[in-house]
Design a protein. Structure first.
Length: 165
């Protein structure tokens, strides 16, 4: 320690002592003095209170900048993700859940209605038939028609469905 009195205690600190206290190199202390971050030494010694306070303020500013940088980075990431979602919607790669749900509900209802109408459509023709082959062909044709309806995926990209996107 130097023999100069300071506001913090009986003695001031040299660049090397200040560097040790701050956990940086003496060269870094010199650079911070040159940049105006730390107050310059008076007669070769630093007032520990002023120097440490200035360094703490630097660290707070640095933390604040890093926090803002992280927030800005996250905002840019979210903006990019949103743009990717919009692009996928425009290209049809991504659909609104409501549109897909509505399309599948409509398809399910059509299938249900078709199956429920089978007895109404077939009762008369089947009652009039005495030939087993004709009954078989009639049933087979109707079931094939229902299965073809089942095999068609709902048109989730149709104009009505895209309006929901």
């Amino acid at each position: 320690m130097s023999a100069e009195p300071s506001l913090f205690g009986a003695y001031g600190w040299s660049n090397t002592e200040l560097a040790e206290a701050l956990g940086v190199s003496a060269q870094r202390v010199g650079a911070m003095i040159k940049d105006g971050v730390l107050p310059p030494p008076v007669n070769g010694v630093h007032d520990p209170k002023k120097a440490v306070l200035a360094y703490v303020q630097l660290l707070k500013k640095k933390d604040l900048r890093q926090g803002r940088d992280k927030q800005l980075t996250r905002k840019l990431e979210l903006d990019n993700e949103l743009k990717q979602v919009r692009l996928k919607r425009l290209t049809g790669e991504l659909m609104a859940r409501e549109a897909v749900t509505k399309a599948w509900f409509t398809a399910g209802r059509q299938i249900r209605d078709t199956l429920e109408n089978l007895p109404d459509r077939l009762a008369g023709p089947l009652a009039a038939e005495s030939d087993q082959t004709a009954v078989f062909n009639l049933l087979r044709g109707e079931i094939h028609h229902v299965l073809e309806t089942l095999g068609k995926a709902p048109d989730v990209k149709g104009p009505k469905m895209l309006a929901a996107v």
